[in-house]
Design a protein around this ligand. Structure first.
Ligand SMILES: *[C@@H]1O[C@H](CO)[C@@H](O)[C@H](O)[C@H]1NC(C)=O
Ligand SMILES: *[C@@H]1O[C@H](CO)[C@@H](O)[C@H](O)[C@H]1NC(C)=O
Ligand SMILES: *[C@@H]1O[C@H](CO)[C@@H](O)[C@H](O)[C@H]1NC(C)=O
Ligand SMILES: [Zn+2]
Length: 357
């Protein structure tokens, strides 16, 4: 009797664990425990040895010391922290009297096509001292975290290579690879125009057209002006040929925000984090989807011109701090940055899983 009731309690615990696991799936968030353990520590506004956001709290004008230090930080992240999983390429060049350098990271899973995630790391020359927190430090930090997360999964999959339990190898089993691009020279040196802007994007697009990479890009996800914490504006869908991808991202956000509203998982640090969030994507906004042209000039335009589908994660109109000295880390919402980070991580996992070999 006593033993029996204890067994019952044990079994109830089993059910709770299974139920919990099941709900985690319902949440559509892969490797949730990884995020619960790392996301807050890596993406926040307090100094710490692993902080991926604060190293961007400085000006990053092309060719400057700030730019070089940040390049070193990004390369070291891939080359040291994530050692061995990513091919690290740099694309240094000169134009208009400035030295630029694109940083291109490729996850080594022998893919035939690529999902390209990108943001620009440079900052504007004027106003003096502008550190570009939303433009685009937050996006860069989100990509550094995404790379770390994907590395975790890849290593996990390889460690379990011969285990029958590992039925769903997301990264090592996909025909879709991942490239993460940190563009230099997005900002104009003097005045925005076709010859004075997106220096890095124009240069990389030219290289990818020449070497055949462009034809292997399945989608470019470009992040910009994210993390302001302002309620409006939200991010709409811009292009018909990436609208499905926008809907996937939107579904992930819905699952994240609304699938667990019973309050029973409030003890999970991630659940508490997510509970504070609100929608950042607006799937009811169809203003741009059918236009057939870009209303926002940004690093995606040469890739768009080459026929690459583009998912442009940028709010419109732009947040109020855009291109002012107020675009600093005091006006940056770390929680919103973490929200975008989670969306992108899950977006990559689901996109790769969909393309399992
Ligand atoms: C960002 O840098 C400025 C200037 O160095 C500093 O005053 C500020 O405290 C930093 N912000 C954060 C969140 O560390
Ligand atoms: C990254 O590390 C490898 C091995 O240490 C080295 O060969 C390579 O030059 C490094 N790449 C960069 C861009 O620093
Ligand atoms: C990737 O390709 C290289 C050369 O084509 C091959 O040596 C390596 O075994 C492949 N790796 C995987 C994981 O398939
Ligand atoms: Zn800008």
């Amino acid at each position: 009797m006593k033993y029996g009731s204890r067994l019952q309690i044990v079994c109830l615990a089993c059910v709770a664990v299974l139920f919990g696991a099941h709900r985690a799936l319902g949440w559509e968030l892969s490797h949730e425990e990884y995020h619960a353990a790392h996301l807050n520590e890596l993406i926040n506004l307090e100094e710490g040895p692993k902080n991926l956001l604060l190293p961007f709290n400085r000006t990053r004008i092309p060719g400057s010391e700030g730019s070089r230090d940040v390049q070193r930080f990004i390369i070291e992240h891939f080359n040291t922290t994530l050692a061995g999983e990513w091919a690290v390429e740099t694309q240094p060049f000169e134009e208009n009297g400035y030295r630029f350098n694109n940083l291109v990271m490729t996850l080594q899973n022998n893919a035939s096509e690529f999902l390209v995630l990108a943001a620009h790391y440079d900052t504007k020359i004027v106003p003096t001292g502008m550190v570009g927190a939303i433009d685009s430090a937050a996006s860069c930090a989100a990509l550094l975290y995404t790379a770390q997360f994907l590395t975790h999964i890849a290593r996990h999959e390889r460690a379990n290579q011969y285990s029958k339990l590992d039925v769903d190898p997301v990264i090592t089993g996909s025909t879709l690879g991942v490239k993460i691009v940190f563009f230099d020279g997005e900002e104009a040196i003097e005045e925005w125009g076709p010859e004075d802007s997106i220096y890095g994007a124009r240069r990389l697009a030219a290289q990818w057209l020449a070497d055949g990479t462009m034809a292997r890009v399945r989608l470019l996800l470009l992040m910009d002006l994210l993390g302001s914490g302002e309620e409006e504006p939200m991010v709409p869908s811009y292009y018909a040929n990436s609208h499905q991808d926008y809907q996937l991202l939107n579904r992930i956000e819905d699952d994240l925000l609304f699938a667990r509203d019973d309050g029973s998982t409030a003890q999970s640090p991630l659940a508490a984090e997510v509970a504070r969030q609100r929608k950042l994507l607006d799937p009811t906004d169809y203003r741009f989807v059918g236009l057939g042209y870009s209303v926002v000039g940004d690093d995606h335009t040469p890739f768009l011109a080459a026929g690459v589908p583009v998912l442009h994660a940028i709010p419109l109109p732009f947040p109020s701090t855009w291109h002012t000295v107020q675009d600093d880390f005091q006006h940056l919402d770390a929680a919103e940055t973490r929200h975008w980070t989670l969306l992108v991580c899950e977006f990559v996992v689901q996109s790769l899983r969909f393309r399992a070999q």
